[in-house]
Design a protein around this ligand. Structure first.
Ligand code: A3P
Length: 296
C-alpha cells in the first residue's frame, strides 16, 4: 500500500495545521450548508467518533440498521476538511459530504470556531461540540499521532506534552479551541456543548440532553439500542467504527479504540509533568468560566 508521507506543521492564520487539512481550504470555506445539517465539532481525540456513532444511530439506527455494519463511520459522518488527494488511501471529506444522500447530513470537523465555514452560521445549523479534559485529551492525542500516518511524528511523550501545551499540534491549541467554542455558545444558541466525562459518567442522561437539543423523542427501546450500539466495547469490535478499514492508521502501534476512560492520564504524567501542566493550565484558562473534570 502506498502510504502518505508524514506531514509537517505550519502556522496557518495563527493555528498549527498540516497540508492534509488546509489544501482544500477555499472549497471548505465556500461550503454550502443546509439548514438541517448537523455539525459534530471537536478538538481531536475528544470523543468525535463516539458522538458521531450516537447521532448516526439516533437518526438512522431504526430505519437503516444495516448502516452500522456496512458503512464506515467516516462515510456516514464525513470529516469535512480532510484532504488526502492521491493514492489508494486518498480521501476527501468534502466529496464524502457530497455523496451523502440521507437527511440530516452529519458532518464532522476539528476546525477551531473561527475557521468554521460561514454558511453553517448563516443557515443556523445545529452544532454538537464535544470537549474532553486536557490531560486525557493530550494522552489520547499522543497515541493517535504515533499510529496515524497523516499526523506529524509525535516524538516522545515529554516532547509531545510540551508541544501540546504550546499549541504546536495539528488543529492548534486545545486551550483556544475549547474556549473559542465555549464563548461562541454564549451568542449562538444552536451549540450543544458536551463533556466527554459526563458522557462516560451518565450516558443515558447525556443522550436525553442531546435528544432535547435535537428535538428528538426516541422511545426507551430506541434509546437503549443507541446506547448499546455506541458502547466502547461494541464500537471497538465493529470494523465500521474502529477504523480498521482505514489504511493510514497502524493499529499495531496503538488501536484507535484505545481505552475510552477518564483519568488514564495518571498512567502517563510524571509528578513533575503534572505540576508544570497544572500551573500552565491555570494561566491559560484563567479568564474562562469553562470547568473540566480530569477524574470522575
Ligand atoms: P482514548 O485514546 O483515550 O481511548 P476521537 O473520536 O475524537 O478521535 O476520540 C477518540 C477517543 O475517544 C479515544 O480515546 C477513544 O477510545 C474514545 N472513544 C471512542 N469511542 C468511545 C466510546 N464509545 N466510549 C468511550 N470512549 C470512546
Amino acid at each position: 500500500m502506498e502510504k502518505p508521507p508524514r506531514p509537517t506543521l505550519f502556522d496557518f492564520h495563527g493555528v498549527y495545521m498540516t497540508n492534509y487539512f488546509t489544501q482544500n481550504w477555499d472549497n471548505i470555506q465556500n461550503f454550502k450548508a443546509r439548514p438541517d445539517d448537523i455539525v459534530i465539532a471537536t478538538y481531536p481525540k475528544a470523543g468525535t467518533t463516539w458522538v458521531s456513532c450516537i447521532l448516526d444511530l439516533l437518526y438512522f439506527g431504526q430505519t437503516s440498521p444495516e448502516r452500522q455494519t456496512s458503512i464506515p463511520i467516516h462515510e456516514r459522518v464525513p470529516f469535512l476538511e480532510v484532504y488526502i488527494p492521491n493514492g489508494p488511501s486518498g480521501h476527501t471529506g468534502k466529496d464524502a459530504v457530497d455523496r451523502l444522500t440521507t437527511t440530516p447530513r452529519l458532518i464532522k470537523t476539528h476546525l477551531p470556531v473561527q475557521f468554521l465555514p460561514r454558511s453553517f452560521w448563516e443557515q443556523n445549523c445545529r452544532i454538537v461540540y464535544i470537549a474532553r479534559n486536557a490531560k486525557d485529551n493530550v494522552v489520547s492525542y499522543f497515541h493517535f499521532d504515533r499510529m496515524n500516518l497523516i499526523q506529524p511524528e509525535p516524538g516522545d511523550w515529554d516532547t509531545f506534552l510540551h508541544r501540546f501545551m504550546m499549541g504546536k499540534v495539528t488543529f492548534g491549541s486545545w486551550y483556544d479551541h475549547v474556549k473559542g467554542w465555549w464563548e461562541k455558545k454564549q451568542t449562538y444558541s444552536n451549540i450543544h456543548y458536551v463533556f466527554y466525562e459526563d458522557l462516560i459518567e451518565d450516558p443515558g442522561q447525556e443522550l436525553d440532553r442531546l435528544c432535547s437539543f435535537l428535538g428528538l423523542s426516541p422511545s426507551a427501546h430506541e434509546k437503549e439500542s443507541v446506547l448499546t450500539g455506541a458502547k466502547f466495547d461494541n464500537m471497538k469490535k465493529n470494523k465500521m467504527t474502529n477504523y480498521s478499514t482505514v489504511p493510514i492508521m497502524d493499529q499495531g502501534v496503538s488501536p484507535f479504540m484505545r481505552k475510552g476512560k477518564v483519568a488514564d492520564w495518571k498512567n502517563h504524567f510524571t509528578e513533575a509533568q503534572n505540576k508544570e501542566f497544572d500551573q500552565d493550565y491555570k494561566q491559560k484558562m484563567k479568564n474562562s468560566t469553562l470547568r473540566f473534570r480530569d477524574e470522575i
